[in-house]
Design a protein around this ligand. Structure first.
Ligand code: COA
Length: 388
């Protein structure tokens, strides 16, 4: 008996309710806009309002999956993030409540910078292999927040991707071969007493590229296919130009040409939402699947990097009929529904992110999405859902 294919059955995204045009940031800071559009490969960034966080974005993305497939069979929820809202409780438990998921399920949060959604996906595939009728909901949700006026400021962003992992998936089967690389490096971290990340940007680029080569070599050593058998690539994209750097580094490493059109489409959503940390690689996958090219039967190579650092390269095969299940129109509507903010308004929202837990506070609902952070009561975070 052959083992069933296991992989991503459905994938839905969400982002924050405001958007800053990087042209506006360039004008306000006296930077040539070409640096953002060409040098970093970014056009816009999503900016969360006071009632938005990783829980509300994660729940909004997952809601789209539940609306289509229901909750039956979901035994596990993995919530991947590096912008956690509590040191103890998994953000997934709030999502579990907001979505009415079965009490007969396990819920846990995973952390390793931008990498942990990939660990969640692989663990999900393992659980489904053990119990093929079961389903795992993987949610990657993050807010990338750096200090104002830092080099990293234009690479902020926010977004969530939810994925339903099952046997006989409709979108992408995940192949078992995988390549791993872990190396300690202080390129990026967020101390417990800081709402913004600390980053050595140049070091992080080098660590990312070293991680890519290390993971690639391990992938090949563990049965991974030659680059010629990979049709399209998507990479973790802290800014989309990073995908170009990664693609070029692999070509150099292999001593071969790798055409740019093999990854370019994967950057389209990330150019518009900015860095979404754990979700970024999977926004890249969504952009590939939502594109005009028919990818049926094509192999997608995926590189996941989390500073600190853990890297993984793996691949999946796009399933026949996948186009009946993608959500290009939904995602276009979501991006268009964001409210444009100017630079002073964005800076005010950035400053408002410093909300503590020592005083009760009520936060009014205002985002266009169905779930809202409603404030703090008795030191506990409160969430509300709009009536359906
Ligand atoms: N037109 C076109 N390109 C321009 C330009 C212009 N007017 N001005 C500058 N550029 C290019 C630079 O040549 C450079 O290209 P290169 O990467 O090919 O060398 C690029 O824009 C970035 O400019 P640079 O001045 O080198 O960097 P920076 O000091 O602005 O910082 C990061 C860039 C990415 C290091 C910074 O945004 C950061 O720290 N980001 C967060 C960390 C991160 O995302 N790390 C990635 C790995 S996880």
């Amino acid at each position: 008996m052959t083992a069933p294919l296991i992989g991503i059955h459905d994938l839905a995204v969400a982002t924050a309710g405001h958007v800053l045009e990087l042209d506006d940031l360039a004008a306000a800071t006296g930077v040539d806009p070409g640096k953002f559009h060409i040098g970093l490969g970014q056009d816009q960034m999503s900016v969360p309002g006071p009632d938005e966080d990783i829980v509300t974005m994660g729940a909004t993305a997952a809601r789209r999956i539940i609306d289509r497939h229901g909750v039956d069979g979901i035994r596990t929820v993995f919530f991947a993030t590096e912008s956690g809202v509590d040191q103890s409780k998994s953000a997934g438990v709030w999502v579990h409540d907001l979505l009415g998921l079965p009490s007969t399920s396990r819920v846990i949060e995973l952390k390793q910078a931008c990498y942990s959604a990939t660990a969640a996906l692989q663990a999900a595939a393992g659980l489904v292999a053990r119990e093929p009728g079961s389903k795992v909901l993987v949610i990657a949700s993050d807010i990338a927040r750096y200090e104002l006026d830092s080099a990293a400021e234009p690479t902020q962003g926010a977004g969530a991707v939810a994925m339903l992992v099952t046997a006989d998936p409709a979108l992408l089967s995940i192949e078992p071969a995988t390549g791993l690389h872990t190396a300690h490096v202080d390129d990026f971290w967020r101390p417990n007493d800081s709402v913004t990340a600390v980053v050595d940007g140049k070091l992080s680029i080098d660590a990312y590229l070293d991680g890519f080569v290390g993971a690639w070599d391990d992938y090949r050593a563990h049965g991974g296919v030659d680059a010629a058998e990979i049709d399209v690539f998507t990479h973790h994209q802290p800014f989309t130009r990073m995908a170009a750097k990664a693609h070029r580094r692999l070509a150099e490493h292999l001593g071969t040409e790798l055409a740019e059109d093999r990854y370019l489409r994967s950057t389209l959503y990330n150019r518009r939402i900015g860095n979404s940390y754990t979700a970024s690689l999977y926004f890249g996958l969504a952009a590939l699947l939502d594109g005009d090219d028919d990818l049926t039967g094509k192999r997608v190579g995926m590189f996941s990097y989390g500073s600190g650092s853990v890297s993984e390269f793996f691949a999946g095969v796009v399933q026949p009929g996948y186009r009946e299940h993608t959500r290009a129109d939904e995602t276009a509507e979501l991006l268009a529904a964001r409210t444009r903010v100017d630079v002073p308004a964005y800076r005010a929202l950035h400053a408002a992110a410093h909300l503590g837990s020592r005083q009760d506070v009520a936060v009014p609902a205002q985002s266009p999405w169905p779930y809202h952070f409603a404030g703090v009561r008795g030191r506990a975070r409160q969430y509300t859902a709009d009536q359906a």
